[in-house]
Structures are given as C-alpha cells and as structure tokens.
Design a binder for this molecule. Sequence first.
Ligand SMILES: NC(=O)c1ccc[n+]([C@@H]2O[C@H](COP(=O)([O-])OP(=O)(O)OC[C@H]3O[C@@H](n4cnc5c(N)ncnc54)[C@H](OP(=O)(O)O)[C@@H]3O)[C@@H](O)[C@H]2O)c1
Length: 104
Amino acid sequence: MKIGVIGTGNMGRSLGILWAHQGHEVFFGARDISKAEKAAELAGNHACIGSNDDAASFGDILFYSPGVVLVSKVLQSPSQLAGKIVIDSSNWNIPEGFKFEPVT
Ligand SMILES: NC(=O)c1ccc[n+]([C@@H]2O[C@H](COP(=O)([O-])OP(=O)(O)OC[C@H]3O[C@@H](n4cnc5c(N)ncnc54)[C@H](OP(=O)(O)O)[C@@H]3O)[C@@H](O)[C@H]2O)c1
C-alpha cells in the first residue's frame, strides 16, 4: 500500500517506520526535510522523502499529523486530498473548519 505521511513528527515518524517495516511503501513528508531523512533511514524499505505536498500526491492513504492546523496551511494544493483516505491523528476538539458530513 502507498502511504503518504504528512508531518513527520512523533506520530508520523513512528507509524511510518512501522508501516515501512510491514512492507508498505511510505513517503515521509515534512517542512524540515532533515526530519524526513532521519525517519526514512530508520524505516528502510526504500522509503521516500519530500515535501508534504509530495507526500499527499504519493499516497493512496494519507496520515495527517499536524494536529489542528488547517490543511490549507500545510499543503499548497489541498485539493490533492480529494478521493483519498485521510487518517487524521488529532485527538483534540474538532474546530469548525475541520467538520464535515460523513459519507454514507
Ligand atoms: N504523540 C502521541 O502519542 C499522540 C497520540 C495520539 C494523537 N496525537 C495527536 O497527533 C497529532 C500529532 O502529534 P505528534 O506527537 O506527532 O506531534 P509533533 O511531534 O509535534 O508532530 C506534528 C507534525 O506536524 C508538523 N506541523 C505542525 N504544524 C505544521 C504546519 N503549520 N505546516 C506543516 N507541518 C506542520 C510538524 O512539523 P515540524 O516538525 O516542522 O514542526 C510535525 O511534523 C497531535 O494532534 C496529537 O495530539 C498524538
């Protein structure tokens, strides 16, 4: 499975490494490329690195870890998320801009 990690912090790095070790194709996205480099070294399995936009483009499934930072602040092209499965690690109260009607 192709997984794009948006934000290589504690959660993105840890889960991305675990997913790579399970054989998934992982792309670590970060605004500080050195953080993505370190994660990719630990991940192995040809993990890729780049910008958060690149990670969003790469993955069929995306892991979004910047918390309650709006997607429009993290990605230059938020429309890249359309049609993709996005796992948001936020466990805070959901701000207005994040609320959406579930698809049934
Ligand atoms: N840690 C846990 O055990 C845990 C468990 C469950 C849920 N959560 C939730 O998961 C989320 C992430 O937790 P974490 O511990 O991984 O936090 P973290 O280590 O601070 O990682 C957050 C990531 O988001 C990036 N980021 C933040 N603001 C950004 C922005 N404006 N533009 C681009 N990138 C941005 C950070 O980039 P930089 O490194 O460049 O700042 C970092 O890569 C939080 O909402 C937290 O409450 C955490």
